[in-house]
Ligand binder design. Structure first.
Ligand SMILES: Cc1cc2nc3c(=O)[nH]c(=O)nc-3n(C[C@H](O)[C@H](O)[C@H](O)COP(=O)(O)O)c2cc1C
Length: 208
């Protein structure tokens, strides 16, 4: 029995292609892994406070066992909730759209909560090492244009790159990546692109 954490980084309901990917993955996974525990998070609904000065100060106070304000305690509890949930997960799925060349803002906030020295990575004399490398991860992303390797827009893609680079610091290398792309650039092909992509998602969920 595995604990699986599924993160949806879009609030576009059924309209969003990345939401379709997320829903397909959840459905296929549950059908094929009936014994597993699945925790789902919608990052927009979670309404996460930005990660900035308040959070950094609060977490520093917590680490130094210094008294916190009520607001700081609430912030630390929120961040700890997501860290504990991440720690429990044997497997992680994140689904996200490419918006303005990168990921929606709540996903940056979520990754910032987890990106903590001593939690997901550790500095050593030989550079940082990851502390979460035992997790299996699948990344699902949808993008309206074409950004695949070798295409003119490849370098402008900063959604998959951002997530891949962030989790690699945590020791999670070579996650499975499934991308649906080009459906806005070629609307006449949209149906076929989505069908093929969602079939790949279902297959990946079955073997995850
Ligand atoms: C706010 C917003 C920004 C977007 N920015 C881009 C972009 O920079 N490049 C692109 O190819 N498509 C862009 N798109 C189109 C999405 O990549 C496309 O709709 C894809 O299916 C992923 O988003 P979705 O899950 O909301 O459908 C954008 C869409 C939205 C709603």
């Amino acid at each position: 029995m595995a604990n699986v954490l599924m993160i949806n980084a879009s609030d576009r309901h059924e309209h969003g292609v990345s939401v379709k990917m997320y829903n397909q993955f959840v459905q296929s996974y549950k059908e094929t892994h009936k014994q597993d525990t699945v925790e789902e998070v919608n990052l927009f609904e979670a309404n996460l406070p930005y990660y900035g000065e308040k959070a950094i100060v609060a977490l520093t106070k917590k680490a130094q066992q210094v008294d916190m304000t009520v607001e700081e305690e609430e912030l630390v509890n929120t961040i700890s909730y997501y860290r504990d949930q991440f720690s429990r997960a044997d497997k992680l799925m994140i689904a996200f759209p490419l918006w303005n060349f990168t990921v929606p803002a709540p996903l940056i906030t979520y990754l910032s909560y987890l990106a903590q020295a001593g939690f997901t990575f550790q500095y050593t004399e030989n550079g940082p090492i990851g502390l979460a490398g035992d997790k299996e991860v699948v990344l699902l992303s949808a993008r309206g244009g074409i950004y695949s390797e070798g295409t003119p827009m490849e370098s402008a893609e900063m959604a998959m790159k951002l997530v891949r680079q962030t989790i690699s610091l945590w020791g999670i290398v070579n996650p499975e990546e499934i991308v649906i792309e080009g459906h806005n650039a070629a609307p006449d092909q949209k149906e076929r692109i989505l069908e093929e992509g969602l079939t790949s998602v279902a297959t990946a969920a079955g073997r995850f």
